[in-house]
Design a protein around this ligand. Sequence first.
Ligand SMILES: CCc1ncnc2c1ncn2[C@@H]1O[C@H](/C=C/CNC(=O)c2cc(-c3ccc(F)cc3)cc(O)c2O)[C@@H](O)[C@H]1O
Ligand SMILES: [Mg+2]
Length: 214
Amino acid sequence: TQSTRPQRLLNAVQKNATRGDPRSVVKAIDDFCRHKEWAMNVGDEKGCILDSVVSEINPAAVLELGTYCGYSTVRIARLLPPHAKLITLEFNPDFAAIARQVIAWAGLEEKVQLVEGASGDWIPKMKEQFGITTFDLVFLDHWKDRYLPDTKLMEECGLLRKGSVLLADNVICPGTPDYLEYIRSSPRYESRYFKSHLEYTKVEDGLEKSVFKG
Ligand SMILES: CCc1ncnc2c1ncn2[C@@H]1O[C@H](/C=C/CNC(=O)c2cc(-c3ccc(F)cc3)cc(O)c2O)[C@@H](O)[C@H]1O
Ligand SMILES: [Mg+2]
């Protein structure tokens, strides 16, 4: 049977990365996507911006929306302090299965809780299911038309505190116009655009970093 791109990406990790070495897992995926098959990981250029935001916040509780193959999950989790937790939501079971193996290869299972299901169903359950009060950082990288409804849902569920940071991928390409309009015009957020490029290409894209004012 034909393999899928995520399966071929996982094979590249298992072939080229060292078990327990997150940096080598990130490099193996970037090499695969740059030289073999493009895939929608945040990538190395935007990934460095993600790294700097994570390091600046030093978060205890992170939520990632849209795991895909686990590239950004590994990028974030490798920088987390001991006892910090990253919860990542993924509703495609095939992608979730690949991501679990990528996260395991990096040796980061202890820091990551991959939850299979739709963000809209799980965001309201975060407190009761995982004992989360608020998130210090949320990385939005799932369907682009879900960024805005899920942000409003997180507000309603009291999952954001004064200083919580939302970091959104792809605000230019493919684009998230309704989310950008909302977050940039809302008095409850301080937003900043980090200009970059679409992963593994020269096309413009960027990350929008928004701090919740409470
Ligand atoms: C229902 C809520 C919900 N709950 C839980 N999981 C959810 C979910 N909605 C989606 N997922 C999962 O998240 C991932 C989807 C991610 C969607 N990402 C892009 O579409 C994208 C595209 C380009 C690009 C493509 C082609 C181009 F030409 C240019 C750019 C570049 C990028 O960086 C991109 O992130 C998958 O694993 C979904 O299963
Ligand atoms: Mg993306």
